[in-house]
Design a protein around this ligand. Sequence first.
Ligand code: ADP
Ligand code: MG
Length: 700
Amino acid sequence: MLENIIPDIKFLAGVGPKRAELLKKELEVVSADDLIRCYPYRYVDRSRFYYIHEISSDVPFIQIKGQITRFEKHGEGHTQRLVAHFTDGRSTIELVWFRGIKFVQEKLKTRTDYIVFGRPSLFNGHWNIPHPDIDSPDDLPPAEQMGLQPYYNTTEKMKHNFLNSKALQKIMANLLLQIKDLEIEETLTPEIIKKYSLMGLKNALFNIHFPLNADKLNHARQRLKFEELFFVQLHILHQTKLREQNVKGFIFNKIGSLFNDYYKKYLPFELTNAQKRVLKEIRADVGSGRQMNRLLQGDVGSGKTIVALFAMLIALDNGFQAAIMTPTEILSQQHYDTISTLLERMNVNIALLTGSTKAKEREPLHEKLQSGDIHILIGTHALIEETVKFKNLGLVVIDEQHRFGVAQRARLWQKNTQPPHILVMTATPIPRTLAMTLYGDLKISVIDELPPGRKPVQTYHYFMNKRQALNKFLAKQIDEGRQIYIVYPLIKESEKLDLQDLEAGYRYICEVFPQYKAEKVHGQMKPKEKDHAMQRFVSGEVKILVATTVIEVGVNVPNASVMVIENAERFGLSQLHQLRGRVGRGADQSYCILLTSYKLGADTRKRLEIMTETNDGFRIAEADLQLRGPGDMDGTAQSGMPFDLKIANIAQDGRMLEIARKVAAEILAKDPALLAEKNFILKNQLKKLRKEPVNWGLIS
Ligand code: ADP
Ligand code: MG
């Protein structure tokens, strides 16, 4: 858009080669287009002057007109500060500097008119303004023209090089000045702009940086948010259309003897209605001739595994192989055990492949995969290694998808010339808005019903002082035959410290409960040791398992009835929910105890409150999105977003996202390849936005 007008930002007033380099490194700003899309993160009203006596804690920023009457220097060396007494003609206030004192003293004069702008702070009962902005009235436009002043994000490095928010503001002003009288290409069609009463692009860009008033700012924001969301949707839906045209799916058109035998003879329980419904949806997909891309959402314990099993049997009945991919070895092993047991009396060959599969076992395994002797392969991402080749892989089930990056899935996809059907299972429900942003045609199935006889887990939040009472409760549970999980946080940066916590916790438990066997499990243990400890817990021999979050995913011990989470304040919501899902899998009443220290931030309180209030995974996921924002969602948002969102916010702009999606869908319905002349603008803009080397069209 601007590259013809400003081919290189280093020639822009206020930039230069050094700053251009800095902008590139720190903000990934390369072109004038990038620069103008660096939106302010906040605005401050400079449209009026205050009197010093009006200062109060309600006024975060203040602008005063007046003169410096005298300077004073206090302290020595480190503690040195410069104080200027500033009067507005009625009263005085102190302006204070702790750094750059020499510079300030040289620049500022007494008895000269200045406009002072800054954030007042209360010190020893008196207001002062530390490090204010000071301008000569001649340098600034009249106050009423100043309006809302933009503040820009900068980095430490930029600030060191005097490229702070104010400097950026000046650069931005220069940029806008240069293009003031020029025509700027629109990125949206006149049709869209008119229909949704959007502000024109040029107008919006001017008003986002230097809003004339709050109303204009609001309009500018709406326009830019809409544009962003619209192109994300247009991109996703466009890719989806392309794929639907170009990619055929294997057709599984028969339900054969494996499926029927298992259903009639060996299924250990009646499927829930939700499970039946989801199976029907999957059957329709794999029979359609299109490649299936389905997300199966179901809360922990809702019975996703059996659904996956039936889907795999359909593949097998149609002469194809199937695979399950999991994020951890423990989970692979568990699926392998579960599925081997379930299919015990059927003629199906199942194999396990993980990072710890020995080299000498791999070779025969590879051969059997290629000859088709292995029907179902279960494993970690070892499955997608180059060397692993199938005879005819027809279906891949990915369990607990939030652990996988999207790129990994793209790789899986390339294993065959014709892609296998894909079923992604997750217990971390993706809120609707996020799913819409990330996945175009990823169809969603929901198991919204737990198998009969389950009692919802009761959740309580206790402070540390309840430990005695808690111990009594735990002993009672164990005496009734139950087992206990105690989980400690483990966060990478402080791994050592965290392990100390876990070790101390384990010793404490051994001391308090000498009569019960306890075990510990953490990520630093060898897989063998870990497995051994887990097995002793699974078998019921060990009553208390002290662990880090390695147990978060998928472990199934129905007899465990209490989940104690230590330092619960350090876990995210979805993690807490996952952990809680480890209990409540049997017929007994289960409990989740969240232990925290006394000092809790507002967000933490909110998280704990939600946990004690609800077991509903969807509500929790929504709340998580609200509290953390999409950027933080495990693996999903980060790796899946086709391009960055600079101004829109998935958590807050859900409504607009839906409109943007609708508009994009309507356009593509009439013009799937965007060939119409009027849609040229859109096609062009899409091309510009697409920088990612990965072919996102392959996955969805
Ligand atoms: P998740 O959805 O968390 O993966 P699982 O598939 O591990 O859940 O199922 C949890 C437990 O519920 C397993 O022990 C499984 O055998 C059992 N289960 C699944 N479906 C049913 C059903 N329809 N009736 C009774 N038990 C079921
Ligand atoms: Mg599971």
